[in-house]
Design a protein around this ligand. Structure first.
Ligand code: AMP
Ligand code: MG
Length: 423
């Protein structure tokens, strides 16, 4: 990203003063967290998406027996036809999945075999059915070009007895449920889920179903927060809307902190309003009011209320989502005891010029597309105001414009963070 697109305002290149960088803020948050260690035992189906609390050691070989990867004919590799030869083999029996052949296969003999069936004694190679000609009902002809060991799955080649299959802190996926069941493991120990309480603050906020007076807005933050939290493995406590009154806020903070590991609020942390909740929070915990060099999401409050982690997100609907994804989500994963892989990013060609002010990290909302040739391109979702939630709704990625970036020209590569990477 080079600095070709600059509007000539005298202020454009002035870094914001007294602000915290995005990466530093994220690190400070992570440094303040002790992961949950409490655990519970769950049956496999209930453990999907949960964080493993123990290493899983395989009690078995998988596959348990050397078996065929194809329907075909099993024979000894040293008995295969050489060079341009063809050979006729006597068919001495069959091996089915669940019904193995009990005899021994000698030179000049073969055994009909099905996928998954145990490889008969005396054989180590399978020739695919399609490559074999039946000569008589009890004999087949096999040509050359085969190799010893082909189409055979060795016992333990997927997982060996005593091997570590999954490590503690791993988040269980559908494939893991398959792996665990293939080992005969029906229950696993996982970490307790974080409990997250959240509420919106603001006298102008109305809940769905209420009438809107002049200046009122429906509370949307609680719904986007609900959506983002729902995709993580957390227990949710939705506490509704809390009025901008000292008494109501004090009560809500106390209630939330008594029930939850994490308290998330939106609104009330912008410069004017911060003064209002500051005294309440300072009495009950350790709170930092940060100005982060980012857009959107400049004001962020972080700290502790009692024993709970606290995030006071900005009120603007886009800022809520950006700060959640950039700060709260990694914090919740870390708290849950999961290995913290940062969301992945990719490079895409910008379809347009993107103006960017130096000195702050901008998270512009973009539409990432792939053209017929597989090339990735990205364009903005129009107006980028922090109150314009449609800019998030239309987007499928953030366009990442770090502090030093001075803008992007059409045709330049830019880093994007797909929304899918947060799930
Ligand atoms: P605040 O940070 O409380 O000053 O709020 C900044 C802006 O976001 C104001 O326009 C608020 O009306 C709006 N806002 C705050 N909370 C919400 C919410 N829960 N839903 C929708 N808009 C909100
Ligand atoms: Mg407010």
């Amino acid at each position: 990203m080079s600095g070709l697109i600059r509007r000539s305002s005298c202020c454009d290149d002035v870094p914001e003063t007294g602000t915290l960088k995005v990466d530093d803020a994220r690190q400070r948050i992570l440094d303040s967290i002790k992961p949950i260690t409490a655990s519970e035992k769950l049956t496999l189906r209930n453990a999907l998406g949960r964080v493993l609390a123990e290493d899983i050691i395989s009690p078995l070989d998988v596959p348990g027996h050397t078996n065929s990867a194809m329907d075909g004919y099993a024979l000894a590799g040293k008995d295969l036809p050489q060079d341009s030869e063809q050979m006729i083999y006597k068919l001495i029996g069959s091996s089915f999945a669940g019904a193995p052949f009990s005899g021994h296969c000698e030179a000049g003999q073969c055994v009909r075999i099905m996928t998954g069936a145990v490889i008969p004694a005396g054989t180590d190679t399978v020739v695919m059915q399609e490559q074999v000609k039946t000569v008589e009902s009890d004999s087949v002809r096999i040509g050359n070009g085969h190799r010893t060991g082909q189409n055979v799955r060795q016992a333990g080649e997927d997982i060996a007895t005593g091997g570590t299959v999954l490590r503690a802190s791993h988040i269980l996926t559908p494939a893991d449920l398959g792996i665990l069941s293939s080992l005969g493991i029906g229950e696993v120990r996982v970490r307790r889920r974080p409990r997250v309480a959240f509420f919106s603050t603001g006298d102008e906020l109305r809940s769905i179903g209420e009438a809107l007076a002049e200046g009122d807005v429906y509370d949307s933050n609680r719904y986007s927060l609900y959506g983002m939290l729902q995709r993580l493995d957390v227990e949710l406590l939705d506490m509704g809307v809390v009025r901008d009154s000292e008494e109501a806020l004090r009560k809500a903070f106390a209630e939330a902190a008594a029930m939850a590991d994490v308290v998330i609020t939106s609104g009330g942390v912008s410069v004017g309003e911060a003064d209002y909740i500051k005294p309440i929070l300072e009495q009950t915990g350790e709170i930092h009011f940060w100005k982060i060099a980012m857009k959107p999401g400049r004001p962020l409050t972080h700290g502790r209320i009692g024993n709970s982690l606290f995030f006071g997100l900005p009120g603007n609907p886009v800022a809520v989502m950006v700060t959640f994804y950039q700060f709260v989500q990694p914090a919740l994963k870390y708290l849950a005891g999961a290995r913290s892989n940062p969301p992945w990013t990719i490079m895409a060609t910008s379809k347009e010029d993107i103006f960017k002010r130096k000195g702050r990290y901008e998270f512009q909302r973009g539409i990432l597309e792939q053209d017929a040739g597989g090339q990735l391109t990205v364009r903005k979702t129009g107006q980028q105001g922090s109150g314009i939630l449609m800019s998030m709704s239309r987007a499928n990625c953030f366009i990442l414009l770090p502090e030093d970036c001075q803008g992007v020209s059409a045709g330049e590569e830019v880093q994007v963070q797909p929304f899918d990477s947060f799930i």
